[in-house]
Design a protein around this ligand. Structure first.
Ligand code: 3HC
Length: 310
């Protein structure tokens, strides 16, 4: 006979309703939410680095302003998601420690370098495009604070995707060198963008339970397929080719067949051996150390408020 609290939890999930922080929840539900939302938050913050790399070298004031706005948005997305994680009983400091010690991860995509300015457009178009495919269903995730954070994030993410696509469209209408720069960038980011959706469903230990609990509304492979089907016509409109010889429309499936990402590379990057893993964490560590005085000042100020109010 299920305990009433467990039954209430199961019924809420079955009704596709929201579980709120004060509701009873299974320990493993709490644990997997802390894991996923924290990693999502870490991804937003670390994701500021690859694009931030081009803020000082943007080709015009307009491109600089748009890029600044996007990078600032990512910081805000990190804030919403860390706040959602804190409702599950973990502190911001603890999450930062787990990121810096490597016990918590961030999205593999940010361990690739941004070697040309076209990467700013490709990240907007492909990386934020993939993030949108993954984040729209998360607006209906069963944990309240996470789903509500996603609604705001998705609105801003669409601007990120459009500015990237418009940047690439402008370059494709430019010189041969600019067209070659775009194609080279797409060639570098296409497969890592497909890896963002996670391992194939058969190698995904968390998917089944996350689907049962309504944390995930689609599997990794379903979202990856959706992203490929959405992106192929956009690539055609841009005039770039996608670096996958097996990519073709399958009339029977009413979807595109496509090749397999290099999962060996994926697991290496997830394990910390990607091109930029060490650089990204060292940069984050340096920002944390250089920001210590701000945290200390804020705590001293807060303590003084308490003393004065006592
Ligand atoms: N990068 C790093 N690690 C990954 C990964 C990726 N792309 N995909 C999977 N993994 C890890 C998982 O974390 C898990 O390891 P863990 O158990 O130690 O946490 C392991 O690989 C197995 O993967 P699973 O499929 O079993 O894990 P999940 O069920 O958690 O699915 C996920 C992975 C689809 C990424 C899911 O966690 C998710 O949807 N997360 C929220 C979305 C997110 O993180 N998006 C980041 C995109 S970047 C971004 O948003 C910034 C944008 O503004 C540019």
């Amino acid at each position: 006979e299920e305990a009433p609290l467990e039954e209430a939890f199961e019924q809420t999930i079955a009704r596709n309703d929201r579980i709120e922080p004060r509701d009873w929840m299974p320990d493993d539900y709490r644990k997997t939410l802390i894991r996923q939302i924290a990693q999502h938050a870490h991804s937003e913050i670390i994701g500021m680095q690859p694009e931030g790399n081009w803020i000082t070298r943007a080709p015009s004031l307009r491109r600089k302003a748009v890029l600044l706005a996007k990078v600032q948005d990512e910081a805000g997305h990190g804030l919403y998601l860390y706040s959602a994680t804190e409702t599950l009983g973990v502190s911001r400091d603890d999450l930062t420690r787990r990121l810096l010690s490597g016990t918590q991860k961030y999205s593999s995509i940010f361990n690739y370098p941004t070697l040309s300015y076209a990467d700013v457009g490709t990240i907007g178009w492909l990386v934020d495009g993939a993030a949108i495919c993954n984040q729209v269903p998360l607006c209906r995730t069963s944990f309240g604070p996470y789903g509500r954070a996603m609604i705001r994030v998705c609105k801003e993410e669409s601007f990120h995707q459009r500015q990237g696509y418009e940047l690439l469209m402008t370059m494709m209408r430019g010189t041969d060198e600019q067209r070659a720069m775009v194609q080279e960038s797409v060639d570098r980011f296409w497969w890592p963008a497909l890896m963002m959706f996670g391992p194939p469903d058969g190698d995904s230990p968390n998917t089944e339970r996350s689907m049962t609990w309504g944390i995930k509304r689609h599997t990794n492979d379903e979202l990856r397929q959706k992203f490929v089907d959405m992106t192929v016509p956009q690539a055609k409109a841009l005039g770039v080719t996608l670096p996958d010889p097996e990519l073709r429309w399958n009339d029977e499936r009413q979807a595109h067949d496509f090749g397999s990402p290099d999962w060996e590379e994926f697991w290496q990057v997830v394990k910390g051996n990607g091109p930029c893993n060490a650089q990204r964490l060292a940069h984050r560590q340096r920002a944390y150390d250089e920001g210590a005085w701000v945290r200390e000042a804020a705590m001293a100020y807060a303590d003084r408020q308490v003393d004065e109010n006592v």
